[in-house]
Design a protein around this ligand. Sequence first.
Ligand SMILES: Nc1ncnc2c1ncn2[C@@H]1O[C@H](COP(=O)(O)OP(=O)(O)OP(=O)(O)O)[C@@H](O)[C@H]1O
Ligand SMILES: [Mg+2]
Length: 387
Amino acid sequence: MDPYRNPFAPGAGSRPPELAGRSVILDMARISCGRAVNGRNARPIMLLGLRGVGKTVLLNEIGWNAEREGLLVSRAESPEGESLARLIFPEMRKVMRSLSGVEAAKHLATRGLKGLRNFASIFKIEMAGVEVGVEPEPGLAETGDLQYDLPDLFTLIGKAAQAAGRGWLLLIDEVQYLSESDLSALIVALHRTSQEGLPVLMVGAGLPQIARLAGEAKSYAERLFQYPSVGALDPVSAGQAVEKPVLDEDATVAPEALQAIYERTKGYPFFIQELASVVWDNSEGPEITAADVERSYVETLARLDEGFFKVRVDRLTKAEVQFVKAMAQLGDGPYAMADIAKSMGRSQSSLGPARASIISKGMIFSSDHGYLDFTVPLFAEFMRRQG
Ligand SMILES: Nc1ncnc2c1ncn2[C@@H]1O[C@H](COP(=O)(O)OP(=O)(O)OP(=O)(O)O)[C@@H](O)[C@H]1O
Ligand SMILES: [Mg+2]
């Protein structure tokens, strides 16, 4: 059918034409935002899921919903190796600046800007354009220890937002890349604002190991956060994700075709978008048939192999590739570390550095004590296809 009218959206972070199967999480976020704004206890949310399940698009949607409700929304994505201080400084500054324009919040926000100025200088963050009329104030967010300074700033933002009758929503993607001390500081800051009943909420997203990382950073993190898991779509939601956009373009899709798409993709959103997009282009229309799905499958796999999967492997060294190959040869995960070592003819301890490095690159995670699994769904099958 006409490729110009193809509604599907393959690609990292691309907004799907139909965000299917996520209403529970969207409602959870909406309620938490509403509670936070009203000074009621609202637990921060950490979306946990594998690669390509739709965490980024969910965060974006949560952000838009919150903006529509009048919250101030900050967005940050943690790139590997970047400090939290640097990452969220510009966001905090934007929020303080916008609050300083509200009469009722002016005083607090100005104090916040002073704190930010100290913060920037102690954490060596260059500020483009010095704050006009803002004198540094000693003793405010300038210990140089993020565990003290971040809670101070979050509290100031929270108080200013409260005075302005607003709320602040901080969205952080790829949380697993934060260092342990940064994650700790973030948890302490959120704990503080929550204890003080301030209208501050964070929604984070990342790989499943975050739950453990957060627990190791601060033992109370387990009770502080809500951890909804974002996974593959069930057959009904997967069907909606495909059918609704097709109907909107005045075409139809046979029930057998929907079922074939579900079976081929196992409900994984990245795969659904890619397959549905190829199917659309290949179909004569106006009805998409199961045969269209079947003849599009190989092409879709080739696209994923060249894109989605390949970019992940390209980040690994040769020795690391051997490691993940050995995992894939064992079948589908999770994989006992002992079995991986055995199949490679190596000792577990000699594989420790490779294991740690692949984990830090976000390719595998420790699913349970002594067990590993891939963070990329269907990755083992991909590795086996490579021979
Ligand atoms: N609920 C959904 N229904 C249909 N398609 C979806 C849904 N959620 C995400 N998608 C599609 O899945 C793909 C991956 O989404 P996204 O980039 O948000 O995943 P992610 O979990 O952030 O992945 P990564 O961990 O690699 O960053 C996109 O093409 C997006 O359009
Ligand atoms: Mg993402």
